[in-house]
Design a protein. Sequence first.
Length: 317
Amino acid sequence: MVRTPQAWPPALVGTPAVMVIERAIEADRLGHSLLLHGDDLEMLAAAARAIADRLLDGPPLDRHPDFFTLRPAKKMRQISADDTRSLIGKVHKSTALESRKVAVIHEADRMHPNAAAIFLKTLEEPPAHTVLILLTTHPYALLPTIRSRCLHFRLTSRAGADPAAAAAAPWRAWLADYAAWHERIVAGTAGKQAVADHIFSVYGLVARFKAILEAATDEAWAREKAALPPDIPEDEQVAIETGLAKGIRARFFTAIEEATLAFAAPRLAAGDAATRRAFTAAIGRLERDTRLFAYNLNEAAALEDFLLASLRLWSRR
């Protein structure tokens, strides 16, 4: 049964990466190992499903016997050696319906070292008629030997793209208010009342950010959950939802960095040395807070730290 392939994520339609992939599929020259990387796990997963849909006919992917997935699981959110061996055993078997098989490895950077070593052997001697698609937001966390055996495609979302329809309008309003807050700081913070107003604005932005992030995550998880097999274990569902939340959070903070640059750009172009110092320090603080997510720093606490630091930096410029 031939079905209409899944659409590409809107942010990727017409991009060079998608055009190259589609031409390679049409010419039957896609290769056996792809590494899709970018800043949005949900978009990477949707792109992988779009590729698989173009390679496999028959039933939907969640019921297709020649389509396999491997994801981080349990509290450590790691891809274990045992789960990796299980996947490899499946892809080495003969196809059930198709002339090829497709396996998608979600968050490939979460492989346990033993799992990575096992998987590397499969890349060195790939099973016939099999396409392995690795997804990651941290490509350089993968073994160099794994990266070197894959075709790389960086799939990036549009600048400031909204991760969910439920968050679209509130997020655009938040970014506009963030820019206006910057303008007020630069205009002057003289007087206790002005300082108090700026601080109250910080906590208002933090509270709204948290609500918008939760709405975006809930909507993204609802979409992802609807596409999962009904018998997927609960601990694996938790791992998937956590990965989605991290990807959306990263997109929000990338958009904040872009908004900060947009605010500073005219002043930087004019050669304003004070703005350059403030901007460089603010972005450094944002990157520091973003890195601390790896140690479970709460996103609201991270944003609060960044905004309070920005208040000090921009008012001193």
